[in-house]
Design a protein around this ligand. Structure first.
Ligand SMILES: Cc1cc2nc3c(=O)[nH]c(=O)nc-3n(C[C@H](O)[C@H](O)[C@H](O)COP(=O)(O)O)c2cc1C
Length: 331
């Protein structure tokens, strides 16, 4: 359903053009200092800072603590954090009820929910919901310290010249994808399980919840399939498990090995583009041309790194709790 995790559990809620989006966090230990100001930097990163290629929608993204926080500290009860949607303009979305966007979730939403889904601003499928995920990430990152999670955009449209790739796509009324790398330092060894709860499985599970993520690789990932064992094996250097290289990306046998955790995710190009594309008019069953208006990111990947950090942090906080290594935040 819409819930992730076992000990540190989050449930995501809301729609892009409804009153709010939000996150319900269960399992956060009591005593964690939480102030709206703690969320500002990550919220700004998710907004994209107004960079060319990011949506012109400007929400204030102020977290409203509804439950579970009292006098600036978590109480141990479930924490409900809401973000109001104020900059709502649904005018471009009437059409997608009968003329679904190619590549987006319109057709599956219409089919699965029998026409009852909120289609305004892509409803529950919208990237707007990642505001809530980023909020969970802020809390999870605090719990994880001294381990640090950081992600960045390596390239857009296959090029390290990100600005140029985005500008060219925009000039063509098109969109472009990107590659995000996430690294986690100072993670203890021993997290995860050999099979279904491997660190890779759990991170992939969380990361694929982020709309528009289409691929993930850990360490050398797909490149390893083209290499030899002698090139890929990480040689053990000390009794703490430090290795001379890190082709494995910090995981062996599904379990963190104490080296840096490294993974990369592929973000697809935004589906909603101004360039006209053929789709189907579901009322007439005839082909129809669609040019999507509204406020869209030309490059979702520009805003994705902080969302990827949040997904990874939520999983790792959960794993640390399961191993009895959290909380370490008591005053
Ligand atoms: C931060 C963020 C912003 C997004 N902005 C847009 C957007 O402006 N327009 C759009 O069509 N899709 C956008 N998306 C992606 C869609 O939500 C996503 O493509 C859609 O729900 C279908 O899911 P899928 O691409 O994973 O199949 C965004 C995703 C994220 C993570």
């Amino acid at each position: 359903m819409n819930t992730l995790g076992r000990s540190f559990r989050l449930s995501i809620l809301g729609e892009s053009h409804g009153p709010c989006v939000g996150i319900l966090l269960d399992g956060c230990p009591a005593g964690l200092a939480l102030d709206p100001a703690d969320f500002a930097a990550d919220m700004e990163r998710r907004r994209g800072g107004g960079a060319p290629g990011t949506t012109p929608r400007r929400e204030d993204d102020l977290p409203i603590f509804q439950t579970g926080v009292h006098q600036g500290r978590s109480t141990g009860a479930p924490i409900l954090i809401l973000f109001e949607n104020k900059q709502v303009d649904s005018s471009a979305y009437e059409a997608v009820k009968s003329i679904p966007r190619p590549g987006h979730a319109d057709w599956v939403a219409l089919k699965k929910y029998g026409g009852f889904a909120d289609m305004r601003g892509s409803g529950h499928f919208s990237g707007r919901l990642t505001t809530a995920l980023v909020a969970a990430g802020v809390v999870a990152k605090k719990l994880l310290a001294p381990a640090r999670v950081s992600a960045r955009l390596l390239e857009a449209g296959g090029s390290p010249d990100i600005e140029r790739a985005v500008a060219e796509a925009m000039a063509a009324q098109d969109s472009v994808g990107g590659l995000v790398e996430c690294r986690v330092r100072d993670l203890p060894p021993g997290l995860g399980e050999p099979f279904f709860d491997s660190v890779e499985s759990l991170i992939a599970h969380a990361v694929f919840a982020i709309p528009a993520i289409k691929g993930i690789e850990f360490g050398d990932g797909f490149q390893a399939s083209r290499m030899r064992g002698s090139q890929v094996n990480d040689l053990l250097e000390d009794a703490d498990g430090r290795t001379a290289s890190n082709h494995a990306g910090g995981i062996n046998g599904g379990i963190s090995n104490g080296n840096e955790l490294v993974f990369r995710v592929a973000v697809k190009p935004t589906s909603s583009i101004r360039a006209a594309q053929l789709t189907l008019d579901l009322k007439t069953n005839q082909p129809a041309l669609l040019s999507m208006g509204g406020r869209h990111d030309a490059c979702i990947a520009l805003r994705a790194p902080v969302v990827v950090e949040a997904a990874a942090a939520a999983v790792l906080a959960d794993l640390l709790m399961l191993e009895g290594l959290l909380p370490r935040i008591m005053p």
